[in-house]
Ligand binder design. Structure first.
Ligand SMILES: NC(=O)c1ccc[n+]([C@@H]2O[C@H](COP(=O)([O-])OP(=O)(O)OC[C@H]3O[C@@H](n4cnc5c(N)ncnc54)[C@H](O)[C@@H]3O)[C@@H](O)[C@H]2O)c1
Length: 358
């Protein structure tokens, strides 16, 4: 074994565990996949065989403690994120944790505190930050071309896309919520990142469940379990206000009767220019020669992919000992906002975020 390579163990060999295994396998000069585990062992064995992973282990505890593991990838249902991430950090391992960072703000805070007590790094897996169009937009923001971004609008409306009805995805105690915590967290994360990480202070939101409880709006992702439960929302909408006066509107659905192209979007409105992101395309917008002026953005045809860039960046952070941009702090911020949206929907009131002691 090459000692300079980062030795990686994967907890959870489902969809996303497979994605990570495939991506890190492409970075064989920098890392080595050494161990994998899943409660359903044959699934772990299958991935191990495909990617040449030496150790198929029975439990996450064994993997976390394994001497041939420096960094742990956690790709299991949301309810297990906090305990596993904290155990891994305490065992002196770096962590790449799937989104959402945690089931809720309380659990996220536990992770954040644990991450502050170790020199190991924790990164939340938000690959949209590594997509080509958001990267092009970020470059222009950093050059000051948009001026001060004072408001933004983001969302992702899926018309008929409830994933895995009745599985952990649609059970509140295992997922923490519906589209808001599933795809909304990606949009919230990306929008806040592009806005320059302003501190959210208050939230007004509403959530609805008009499709799921009637077993309608079912998507193709994940096999349904009709004996299961759907007790999460299928649409959420919110306005998030920041300490610096900026505002972000967020709208997501798994299912809706709406003329939507199912594409994630962000509109950033700055004092000198604007930017729009729509999946693989985007625009920079400004006023020039007293006229509206636009530049089209497009994902290049030869693009190695955001997930590979994320994996490489994670290894780079380990090597250079630097704090990842998608950190325990930004993960906690996201979870606190999501909690506040759910609370606002429940109470009918604006919810102020409690940053005391953080
Ligand atoms: N970044 C992204 O775009 C993205 C995409 C999909 C999923 N995810 C996230 O990845 C996580 C997993 O989602 P998925 O789609 O891979 O789900 P999945 O159901 O396909 O896979 C989860 C796997 O974890 C295993 N598992 C469950 N509990 C376990 C435990 N306690 N210990 C070990 N293994 C356990 C299951 O047997 C299953 O194989 C979720 O947090 C989800 O939000 C992120």
């Amino acid at each position: 074994m090459n000692e300079s390579k980062v030795k990686i163990g994967i907890i959870g060999a489902g969809n996303i565990g497979g994605v990570h295994a495939a991506q890190f396998s492409r970075l064989g000069d920098e890392c080595e996949l050494t161990a994998i585990t899943d409660v359903f062992r044959p699934q772990a064995a299958k991935r191990a065989e495909k990617h040449g992973i030496k150790h198929v282990l029975d439990t996450p505890d064994e993997l976390i403690k394994h001497p041939e593991v420096d960094a742990v990838i956690i790709g299991v249902p949301n309810q297990y994120h906090a305990d596993l991430a904290i155990k891994a950090l305490k065992a002196g391992k770096h962590v790449l944790l799937e989104k959402p960072m945690a089931l809720n703000g309380t659990e996220a805070r536990r992770i954040y505190e644990a991450s502050r007590q170790t020199d190991k790094l924790l990164m939340v897996s938000h690959q949209m930050r590594f997509e080509s169009v958001p990267m092009m937009i970020k470059e222009q923001i950093d050059r000051g071309e948009l001026g001060r971004i004072y408001t933004a609008k983001t969302g992702w409306y899926r018309r008929k896309g409830i994933p895995g009805w009745g599985t952990w995805f649609t059970r509140m105690n295992e997922s923490g919520g519906g589209p808001l915590i599933d795809i909304g967290v990606h949009m919230l994360d990306l929008a806040l990142y592009l806005m320059g990480n302003p501190k959210p202070v208050s939230v007004y939101g509403a959530t609805y469940a008009e499709f799921g409880p009637k077993q309608r709006g079912i998507g193709t992702w994940g096999k349904p379990n009709w004996n299961g439960v759907f007790d999460v929302e299928d649409l959420a909408t919110a306005l998030i206000k920041m300490e610096d006066g900026t505002a972000l509107s967020l709208e997501v659905s798994w299912a809706v009767h709406m003329d939507t192209d199912n594409t994630p979007f962000i509109h950033l409105m700055g004092t000198e220019g604007g930017a729009s992101y729509r999946g693989e395309t985007g625009k920079l917008l400004m006023e020039r020669f007293d006229r509206p002026f636009e530049v089209e953005l497009k994902k290049p045809e030869e693009d190695e992919g955001e997930r590979l860039r994320l994996s490489r960046y994670f290894l780079e952070c380990i090597r250079e000992g630097k704090e990842p941009m998608s950190s325990a702090w930004t993960g906690l911020t996201n979870n606190m906002v999501l909690d506040a949206i759910y609370e606002s929907s429940r109470t009918g009131h604006e919810v102020r975020l409690d940053w005391s002691g953080i």
